[in-house]
Design a protein around this ligand. Structure first.
Ligand SMILES: *[C@@H]1O[C@H](CO)[C@@H](O)[C@H](O)[C@H]1NC(C)=O
Ligand SMILES: *[C@@H]1O[C@H](CO)[C@@H](O)[C@H](O)[C@H]1NC(C)=O
Ligand SMILES: *[C@@H]1O[C@H](CO)[C@@H](O)[C@H](O)[C@H]1NC(C)=O
Ligand SMILES: *[C@@H]1O[C@H](CO)[C@@H](O)[C@H](O)[C@H]1NC(C)=O
Ligand SMILES: *[C@@H]1O[C@H](CO)[C@@H](O)[C@H](O)[C@H]1NC(C)=O
Length: 337
């Protein structure tokens, strides 16, 4: 384009030779051609530079600069800032949770934010959690931003993370992982359910679905339409009342222990019910991750709605078992949708 422009103007100068002051005009044409030449040369150099192996590096630096400037850095926050490859700035987080606690839904909410990238349940793949070396290697890949999944965004990402279930090596290797979190500055987002009985219903229903697959033969842990949710919610599990209290206690202990293990890392504790009841919780999360506050949304549809009593086959037995125990509150309605 630059070339066309140059030749066109040069020609127009030549076609109309002026009569007055030919020397001045010749000089003017010469200077004009020189300027044009320099311009063309410099654009060529830029293009050649763009094709070199440093191109991605250059582009990254240019793109990341405005993001860096957009953030106020408090001295107390310095340990949580990162400058990995050339000059990018990132905040690292890990959503620590248990299965069927709304973490899938929560993660889609976070990923609806342009500056947050959560990479999913990376450690559901067993080899990645074989031992602490594979765990560290996997974490390094995520936090060095060279993990490209469908969930990850790279444009102006300010917070990078993953979803990690307590039973995915997190408890066994807690000492080394806490150490890693501290040195790398990874913040923990605990996400649990207050009502562990509801969680149990969700687990039983999900494992039923894994075998029965009422949705045209496909197993779905999360759904995106009310129609699908209604079909999945039709199944009412029967809860083994002998195992009920020991099971609830086991999960409760696991959750308490995880919070003890990771209490020295920077963290926030969230409950699924609180997020559903009060959307300002999501603002707290965004503040915790130091990203601009936005409305977060998810396309996921809740499978089990309404009263818990209508979702359990042997509700009367369950009620009797939990009456007068510390888990009695789980029988009550805890949220309305
Ligand atoms: C968030 O992303 C937008 C759009 O890419 C960008 O302009 C903004 O600077 C980013 N903010 C942060 C804190 O990175
Ligand atoms: C860790 O696990 C990986 C993959 O299973 C294996 O190749 C490696 O030898 C193990 N390392 C140690 C130190 O056990
Ligand atoms: C099963 O598949 C058919 C055809 O693709 C569709 O019309 C129907 O809604 C599906 N059923 C469920 C439960 O998803
Ligand atoms: C409940 O679980 C216990 C222990 O696994 C088992 O012995 C019992 O048969 C189960 N009860 C029912 C009704 O399935
Ligand atoms: C929602 O949560 C915020 C703090 O996160 C609290 O200040 C506010 O009172 C809560 N609102 C309701 C209706 O519970």
């Amino acid at each position: 384009m630059a070339d066309d422009l140059c030749f066109f103007t040069k020609e127009s100068f030549i076609i109309k030779p002026p009569k007055k002051n030919p020397l001045v005009l010749k000089m003017a044409v010469l200077i004009f051609v020189m300027v044009c030449g320099i311009y063309v040369c410099s654009t060529r150099i830029k293009r050649i530079g763009g094709q070199s192996s440093f191109s991605t590096l250059n582009i990254q630096v240019i793109e990341k600069k405005p993001c860096e400037a957009a953030i106020d850095i408090q001295p107390s926050e310095k340990p949580y800032l990162h400058f990995p490859k050339p000059k990018t700035f990132d905040r690292y987080f890990a959503i620590l949770s248990t299965q069927r606690s709304g973490s899938g839904w929560f993660e889609t909410l976070l990923n609806s934010h342009i500056n947050i990238s959560s990479n999913g349940e990376i450690f559901s793949v067993k080899v990645r959690r074989s031992n602490i070396s594979t765990i560290v290697e996997t974490l390094d890949r995520i936090y060095n931003l060279d993990w490209f999944t469908s969930a990850s965004k790279n444009e102006c990402t300010a917070a990078v993370g993953l979803k990690w279930m307590l039973n995915q090596g997190l408890m066994q290797h807690h000492e080394e992982i806490v150490e890693y979190f501290k040195t790398k500055g990874v913040s923990a987002i605990f996400l649990f359910r207050r009502n562990l009985l509801r969680r149990m219903v969700s687990i039983l229903a999900n494992s039923y679905d894994q075998n029965a697959k009422p949705l045209n033969g496909t197993h779905k842990s999360h759904v995106h339409s009310t129609h699908e949710a209604e079909i999945l919610a039709k199944y009412k599990p029967t809860i083994n009342t002998t195992l009920l209290i020991p099971n609830l206690k086991q999960v409760e202990d696991l959750v308490t222990k995880s919070m003890q293990y990771f209490k020295s890392t920077r963290h926030i504790i969230l409950y699924y019910e609180d997020i559903i009841n009060n959307h300002t919780k999501l603002l707290e999360v965004q503040e915790f991750l130091k990203v601009p506050q936005r409305d977060l949304n998810s396309r996921q549809v809740k499978i089990h709605k309404g009263a818990l009593s209508s979702q359990v086959e042997n509700w009367e037995d369950v009620k009797k078992t939990l009456k007068k125990t510390r888990y009695e509150s789980f029988l009550q309605e805890d949220y309305k949708l």
